[in-house]
Structures are given as C-alpha cells and as structure tokens.
Design a binder for this molecule. Sequence first.
Ligand code: C5P
Length: 340
Amino acid sequence: MAQCKCQYMLFLVCCTIASVCIYLSLLDTRGQEYKQHAQWRHFVPSDIDVQRPKPCTCEKCAYKKGLSNWFDERFDPGVNPLLTISNAFLYNAVKKWWLNLQGLHKESNVDAIMTKLFEVVPNTDPYQSKNETQCRRCAIVGNSGNLKYSSYGAKIDSHDFVMRMNRATTSGFEKDVGNKSTHYFMYPESAHHLPPGVHFVLIPFKPLDMEWIVSALTTGNIKFTYVRVVSKIHLDQDKVMILNPAFLKYIHDNWTNHHGKYPSTGMIAILFALHICEEVSVFGFGADRKGSWHHYWENNKHAGAFQKTGVHDAKFEMEIIRKLVEEGKITFYNETNVKY
Ligand code: C5P
C-alpha cells in the first residue's frame, strides 16, 4: 500500500516537472523567435499582450463585451488591424501562413521589405489614440449589384466613415451608393488613384504588395505582379495605411474559420470597422434577389467574379454577416428599395 502511494507521488512529481518544462520551453521559443529579429528588438510588438479595451461612447457599441458569447469568443481587441513599426515583427506562424497564401514557402526578406515600407508610408495608427468622446459611425460599402436602385446614397453618406473597396466607383451611382469616401481597401491588382484626403488601405496579400506601394509612390518600377498593375499611383501619401498580415490571419482563424483560402476584401473591411468603429452599417453585400453576384456598375448578365474566385467562401461569409446582424453587432442594409 505504502509502495503504491509512493509510486503515485512520484508520478505526480514527474507530471508537474514535465508540465513546467513544456511551459518554459514554449515561452523560450516565443522569446527566441522575437530575439532572432534583432532589427525589431527595440520595438514593442503591440499584438502580443497589449489589450486595447476602448471605452464605449455611443448608446451601443459593436465591440462591447458581454452581450454576445458568439461574438466575444471571436473578437480579439488586442489584434491591431494596422501595421506600424511597433507591430511589424511577424511571428513565424503568421509569416508562414501569409507567405503560403501565394505559394511562397521560402523565408523571404519580409523584414527588409518592411523597413523600406516605413521609409515611404506613415508609421502612424490614428485609431490607437482614440478620442474618447467620439462615437464613430461607419458605413462599409460592398460592391454588390443589390445596391442598384436602392437609393441608399444619402444614408451611406451620413456616416462618419464611408469605406469602399477595389474598383468601386461612385460617379453616376450617387443616388444608390453616395459620393463620400473616407477609406478605400485595395491591393495592387485592384488599385486606382484616389482624391486627396481619402485613406488608401492596402491589403497586403504578399510581400510584393508592400514593395509595390513603395514603388508606386516613388520610382514606379513595379509594373507587373501576376497581372499589369498601376505603376505610379496618385493619392495622399500621408493617408496610406497597411493592413497587418496578423490581422488577416486572425480573421481567417477566428471569423471565417478557415473557410476559403483567405477572407474577401469585404469581410476584411467589415472586421476592420468592428475594430475601429462604434457603430457599423453594412451595404452592398450578397447576391441580388435574382441570385446574381454582379457588381452594381455591371449589367447583371456579367455575374460577378466575386463568388467565382474560388479563394473565398461567399456562402460562409454571408453566414457570418447574418450572425453579426442577429447578435446586434452590425446593421445590414439589403435591397428592400429595389424595383425591378
Ligand atoms: O468583387 P469585389 O471583391 O471587388 O467586391 C468587394 C467586396 O464586396 C467583396 O469582397 C465581397 O465581400 C462584397 N461583394 C458581395 N456581393 C457581390 C459583390 C461583392 O458581397 N455581389
């Protein structure tokens, strides 16, 4: 009996020692990974431990905790949507996933690219130092054909921020989509010139996208990625923002749950808004009532490319949007005004 007790105690001691060793080695791996990147050592990686609880200054705030378990399980206020020097160190898991998006397996010179990047684009994150008295209302405008004949223009423009994406044009469609734009989410292959004052939010799907923005604002050397791209872009250089690859992975892990290869521009814009806005209104997402996924500026015979890209899961993303509405986190505008 005594021998049995002794063996049991020994077993417990061994288990405890093993657990402590595993824990310490995990900590060490993380520390080593950080130390390897000497050039970033003096910067505090803000997406490790720093939580950014924002005070809710509206009647109701999208990010407020305790109102939806489903939302709280997924929403991480500590992940910063924007890339700045202070969070430009990418953990191996993020770097590996990000490089793999375009089938790049070899360690590329990401750190050198980022160093060059911040010589040209601003190293600022205006949403970190939030004005506490502000109640920021944001409209996210997707490119769905269901906006056509919607008459949502004035409603969209009444928001503080109006976020548009890719090739969205307002000219000629003002009644339905408005004409105010504060942010445009784009990548090199969808990029176009912007008027002064509008934020260009680059979604970097590959390291070349970061090299491209540097080139597009300086020498104009990069003219081709996997298609021809605009070589010199005209926009307000002070307004350029770069999305953090860690934020893209967070959406893929926590929100789209690995459905699709990576989240769509629209999904990324909605999540960006949920992190920086108090109220989020969503327009122009989904098929129209005839089931067509075209863009609002296209004839619906040209069923839109979005659903067919094969890299996004349009159905699953619409399910997340539906759930966000159900949980009271966003307001969704469908095509109730459409007259066929
Ligand atoms: O087609 P594009 O990617 O430029 O559209 C921008 C975003 O608008 C998409 O990523 C998608 O989230 C949304 N969209 C949609 N339904 C459509 C077209 C686009 O939900 N018919």
